[in-house]
Ligand binder design. Structure first.
Ligand code: B1M
Length: 214
């Protein structure tokens, strides 16, 4: 007999939605939606990453885990705290070229838009040209880049260079598993004329956006 927390993690690990919604409902009696995501669901996802790394899961299975995560976030979204009282700036979000991971980026979108930001989500595998084009069209207050692969960190360096080449200097917010504060500071920031800010998670992203907005 698993605890509620372990059951929530196991839906993600097993990639099954059977019983998921009632357990999420149960969890909301004790935890906030973000605590459910950052706690048991992320713990499950970390285990998926570990098993995948050990060749104990195949891509098709990891996709099912991603589906469970997405379904959970959709279910929890309406219960999240909203503060749309203040009109805040517009932010472009993109998963960088070559990278399909979008659960983290979409979580950032939810949290920012729940807090008054207008989000233009460009999706996944977004090449620098498309980000530049969107920048010129939307004139956002900031550009958010997400990437989970090691090569995506390098792609962020290239993206920053290309943005600079196009004369863009709006603040860039970067996040994703393969990235570190140090890499951001030593490798991405020197290639760009504006600020480059590292967010360790979606809430950190919101804090940074709020500081920029002040
Ligand atoms: Co992929 N994958 N994957 N995968 N996958 C990783 C990233 C990996 C670490 C797994 C592993 O091997 N241990 C590994 C990367 C290795 C590396 O580069 N060093 C990996 C690999 C290798 C791959 C493929 C190459 C596998 C293959 O095909 N052989 C392939 C890549 C395809 C490509 O991109 N071109 C691939 C594919 C996939 C799926 C499609 C099956 C699926 C993604 C589905 C989807 O996103 N729609 C998937 C998944 C699910 C994962 C893991 C298991 C989980 C990622 C996730 O969704 N986490 C992942 C292992 C892991 O991270 N434990 C893994 C939950 C999410 C909420 O967290 O995205 O980290 P995360 O976001 C966090 C923070 O990072 C931050 O906030 C969020 C939390 O609040 N954040 C930001 C993220 N972006 C931000 C932006 C911000 C601010 C904060 O501001 C703009």
């Amino acid at each position: 007999n698993l605890s509620l927390e372990d059951r929530l993690g196991s839906y993600v690990i097993e990639g099954t939605k059977e019983g998921l919604i009632p357990d999420l409902e149960e969890a909301l009696k004790v935890y906030s939606p973000l605590e459910v995501i950052n706690g048991p669901l992320m713990k499950g996802m970390a285990e998926v990453g570990r098993l995948f790394n050990n060749n104990e899961l195949i891509v098709a299975e990891v996709l099912q885990s991603a589906e469970v995560m997405k379904a959970s976030v959709s279910y929890l979204e309406p219960f999240m705290k909203k503060d749309e009282s203040a009109e805040k700036g517009k932010i472009i979000l993109a998963t960088v070229k070559g990278d399909v991971h979008d659960i983290g980026k979409n979580l950032v979108e939810i949290i920012l838009s729940n807090n008054g930001y207008k989000i233009v989500n460009l999706g996944i595998k977004v090449p620098p040209e498309q980000i530049i084009e969107a920048y010129r069209r939307e004139l956002p207050a900031a550009i958010g880049l997400s990437g989970l692969l090691v090569k995506s960190a390098q792609q962020m360096v290239i993206t920053a260079q290309d943005l600079r080449g196009a004369g863009v200097d709006a603040p860039i917010l970067v996040g994703g598993a393969a990235l570190t504060r140090k890499f951001t500071k030593t490798r991405i920031a020197p290639e760009y004329d504006g600020m480059v800010l590292y967010a360790k998670d979606a809430m950190d992203g919101l804090d940074i956006a709020n500081r920029l907005n002040d």
